[in-house]
Write a protein that binds this ligand. Structure first.
Ligand code: ASP
Length: 269
């Protein structure tokens, strides 16, 4: 049976309704058995991403700064119909006791994945137990075998993006936007038939849609063509995610969570 890794970006998970929409997408295809999530992103243009709020909170070390984060997650959880209070309390304590900015910043993805796991019944796989860094770089072998082992046992997994752990177990972050990379690494580890990158645009466009009203999403691109488009600054996919997928010949499918009926852009050889 084919298996897809489905990664959902921050805009696609910025509200409870959007979590429900993401779950609708996942549950509509039994091949979608490995989900990777970002932290809730912006709900509207002037909004703040949860990751930025967490970083500000870690910097200021003010308890009051955690309140907005708490209320955003409680609202999402109530719409998703799940409880998240205990996990929120634990995260708050960690932020103020561990004084690790990376650990604090990773809690957005952690809590997103906890909510998605409760909503879907998928098993939660903490990225600190699955994505390993050595001397600042991904330990490909250790990461690959850890993810594969859990997947073979559990069969339906949700994993937070954006972070992993070093040899001592401390949290290490990918660069911003790095949940794309986590998804690609998971897809490589389980030899997925497709890495789906669910985002907030209709695919990879032929021209910059911010400047050209006639820009259209392309239905197929090679890895090379995609690399050239990303080099020009398109933010649709993290270049590191493309690197891993290409290295392991995993096809990528960029799709819009808000228009799941559209065919998006397929990327391959
Ligand atoms: N939440 C992180 C960020 O805002 C990572 C991600 O969304 O991919 O950059």
């Amino acid at each position: 049976m084919p298996v897809f890794v489905s990664k959902f970006g921050g805009t696609s998970l910025s509200t409870g309704e959007r979590f429900l929409n993401a779950w609708d997408i996942v549950s509509s295809d039994p091949n979608r058995r490995f989900v990777v999530v970002s932290a809730p992103g912006k709900r509207f243009r002037s909004d703040e991403k949860i990751t930025d709020l967490l970083m500000e909170c870690a910097e200021s070390q003010k308890r009051a700064a955690f309140e907005e984060i708490r209320s955003r997650f409680l609202h999402i959880a109530s719409i998703a119909g799940v409880f998240i209070r205990e996990e929120l309390d634990a995260c708050e304590e960690e932020i103020f006791s561990l004084s690790s900015k990376a650990h604090a910043a990773s809690r957005g993805e952690f809590l997103s994945a906890k909510i998605f796991a409760k909503l879907s019944g998928f098993s939660f796989l903490d990225a600190k137990d699955a994505v390993f860094f050595k001397d600042g770089k991904i330990d490909e072998e250790k990461t690959g075998s850890a993810i594969l082992k859990v997947f073979q046992r559990e069969s339906k997994i949700v994993m937070p993006g954006f972070y992993g752990a070093d040899e001592k177990g401390s949290i290490v972050l990918f660069p911003r936007g790095g949940s794309d990379t986590s998804g690609a690494i998971a897809a490589c580890a389980i030899r997925a038939d497709m890495y789906e990158n669910w985002t907030d645009v209709d695919g990879v466009f032929d021209k910059d849609p911010n400047f050209h009203t006639d820009a259209k999403p392309l239905s197929f691109l090679t890895y090379d063509e995609t690399e050239r488009i990303l080099d020009k600054g398109a933010a649709v996919l993290h270049p590191e995610a493309l690197f891993w997928a290409r290295k392991n010949k995993i096809p990528i499918h960029v799709r819009n969570t808000f228009h799941p009926h559209l065919s998006g852009t397929k990327i391959g050889q």
